[in-house]
Design a binder for this molecule. Sequence first.
Ligand code: 1JT
Length: 260
Amino acid sequence: MLLKDKKAVIFGLANNRSIAYGISKALKGAGAELAFSWAGEAIRKRVEPLAEELGGAFTFPCDVTSDEQIAAAVDLTRKNWGDIDILVHAVAFANREDLQGRFMDTSRAGYALALDISAFSLIALCKAFEPLMNDNGAVVTMTYYGADKWVHNYNVMGVAKAALQANVRYLAYDLGARGVRINAISAGPIKTLASSGVSGFGDILHHIDKHSPLKRNVTIDDVGGTALYLCSDLARGVTGEVLFVDSGYNISGTQLALDE
Ligand code: 1JT
């Protein structure tokens, strides 16, 4: 039991296809207790049954753009648990129109919104939950290759994820003083609520299936396994990192595979 009696707060569960669901199952399977945030009543209706299924201790409202809601989430967690060991951040948002067309057409408001929800929220949650975080705790967040390279249509999210990955390095230094570690998982494309409706997403999945070293797409359980490792004592020397869970796709210099 890698995480026996560890307490994990999960941000970003929406349904049973969510990356947060894959991570939750893995942490639960290793003995962790779970609590879940939800943003808005529509998501609450989906999260509560899943929390039940996963033996979740409690759920709470949290729109990460609201300092008040984050503070209330901390208060509720303190009342229920007193302290925590793990924080999972699997939250991102951009307006649909900003995930297509020219990146140059991103509006000031769309840019601010994507960066606020997808990148600043990690800083805000780390700061707010730091007083509850036990020594040697762990934080995990989610990123994507579009942070590192130009990826068609990923646009403002690429910039938001680049900021998020830099946040991880700077937060790693601050949190490291108490042995708290923070890492990002760069997952290959996965069909979730966030990615459904992204035009051309099926083509991206097909491309990875054809051209990645493992010749398949990754699953939320693949991500869950790496999240479990990162949250456990097995990764005690690892912080500030971005780990790829992408069937090896990122190692390729070209997608021209010879003789296949
Ligand atoms: C968001 C969305 C963040 C989709 C995301 C995301 N991070 C990865 N994806 C999947 C994806 C999306 C595109 C893509 C490749 C992967 C949706 C809205 C909220 C934030 O383009 C190649 C566009």
